[in-house]
Design a protein around this ligand. Structure first.
Ligand code: CTP
Length: 391
């Protein structure tokens, strides 16, 4: 069977990869092949090069980089390399390998091998299909695990019984693909997945964080997160973690707040990555478990503080601009955007926060004031009058 690569630009570059490879045997694998067979556009190019005992992935990447006169980034330990084609296409190269998990959950040790072994070590059959790039077999499909039948049957199926417990990130991946493509998780695979949920505990903070951030990139975040929660995966990550029961409306509201922010705020003022984390309601023990960066955790704390404050001191239409300013100024912009839509927050973000005081301390000193708390108070009163004129 052959699969013609639909995008003519990508097809031309991959033909070039096959030509430059000569006797090394390169294959495009994974998401690109899966999506191509489903008639979907993908730019996510992973090329596996069969090993003849050395790092052929790196050798081929280096040859292409020389030809295209670009740099190559390589990792000798893993036999991987990345090359950016000058016309704007990133290709990841890896030497075909089989992996052995000396300790489940940590990254595997790698042994170089042939393409078929490389495909059998992968997560799901639909991700274990290869398209040959060798000139004499260009676009020939290799499907040792019957992935095409699973694509047609809309099934997510693992390739061996230990797959989830060796690598519990595959639990997140299975849910992501099932929701994204509206596929079923095959019955045996689902049982294996459920029995591996307690293995999530052995995953590193970074790997879980990465899986959650990949969920944020999906179109159906709500469905995936609710499924994760129903399966007890949130609790497996952090025993006190309960996804909010109204997560669906929280998430949809958040999307409209982000759209508002995109229309009204300059790009550089908002750290938008913090907002999805605010929606998850991850307790501080969970934030520690995932080693969320300090700056992100500060934003999550600030969000909670603002939520509490708004509960007891709601913003009202009676508030003067200077009162709105004083109320909202201490809170980071991310927390304010999260708590939209409120006219006072909108006014603060689009107007009040941008106003510069007409008078400085030096101006008042020149007017005869002496430095001290009275001066600070006078400055604020002057600025408050200025703000209230905007109302
Ligand atoms: N893979 C795997 N086990 C994992 C992660 C990845 O076997 N835990 C393999 C799969 O064959 C996958 C490929 O590595 O197709 C590339 O991984 P990744 O880029 O994460 O996924 P994609 O298939 O490109 O899917 P997505 O569309 O979600 O990016």
């Amino acid at each position: 069977m052959f699969c013609e690569i639909a995008n003519p630009f990508i097809r031309r570059i991959l033909q070039e990869v096959g030509l430059v490879a000569g006797s090394m045997r390169p294959y495009v694998v994974g998401g690109f092949v899966r999506d191509s067979l489903m008639g979907k556009e993908s730019q996510d190019l992973d090329v596996v090069v069969e090993s003849s005992g050395s790092h052929n992935g790196i050798t081929l990447a280096q040859k292409l980089a020389d030809k295209w006169q670009v740099d190559v980034k390589s990792h000798q330990d893993f036999g991987t390399a990345t090359v950016n084609h000058p016309e704007g296409l990133k290709i990841d190269f890896v030497t075909a390998r089989c992996e052995t998990y000396t300790q489940a959950g940590i990254l595997p040790t790698v042994k170089f091998s042939q393409i078929t072994d490389d495909l059998w070590r992968r997560d799901f059959s639909v991700n274990a299909i290869a398209i040959s790039l060798s000139s004499d077999q260009f676009e020939q499909v290799l499907d040792p695990t019957n992935g095409i039948a699973d694509l047609e049957g809309k099934r997510i199926r693992v390739l061996h019984a230990e797959s989830f417990s060796d690598d519990p990130t595959r639990i997140f991946r299975a849910l992501r693909y099932a929701v994204r493509f509206q596929f079923q998780i095959e019955t045996e695979t689902e049982k294996l997945m459920q029995s591996a949920i307690d293995r999530i505990g052995i995953l590193s903070d970074a790997r879980i964080r990465n899986e959650i951030e990949r969920i944020f990139q999906e179109a159906c975040v709500v469905e995936i997160m609710q499924w994760l929660s129903a399966l007890g995966i949130c609790q497996a990550i952090c025993s006190q973690w309960q996804l909010p029961s109204d997560f669906e409306s929280i998430w949809h509201n958040l999307q409209s707040h982000l759209e508002w922010a995109e229309r009204h705020l300059d790009n550089d003022v908002l750290n938008a990555e913090a907002l999805p984390w605010m929606a998850l309601n991850l307790p501080s023990t969970g934030q520690e478990r995932l080693s969320l960066p300090g700056r992100l955790r500060q934003k999550l704390v600030a969000h909670k503080e603002l939520a509490q404050r708004l509960l007891y001191e709601p913003l009202t239409p009676m508030m003067k601009p200077s009162q709105i300013y004083q109320f909202l100024k201490p809170h980071p912009i991310e927390a304010l955007v999260y708590h939209l839509p409120q006219p006072q927050i909108e006014q603060y973000l689009t107007q009040l926060r941008r106003i510069k005081p007409n008078k400085t301390g030096n101006d008042l000193i020149a007017d005869g004031w002496t430095a001290g708390p009275n001066l600070a108070q006078a400055l604020w009163e002057d600025f408050a009058r200025q703000l209230d004129k905007c109302g």
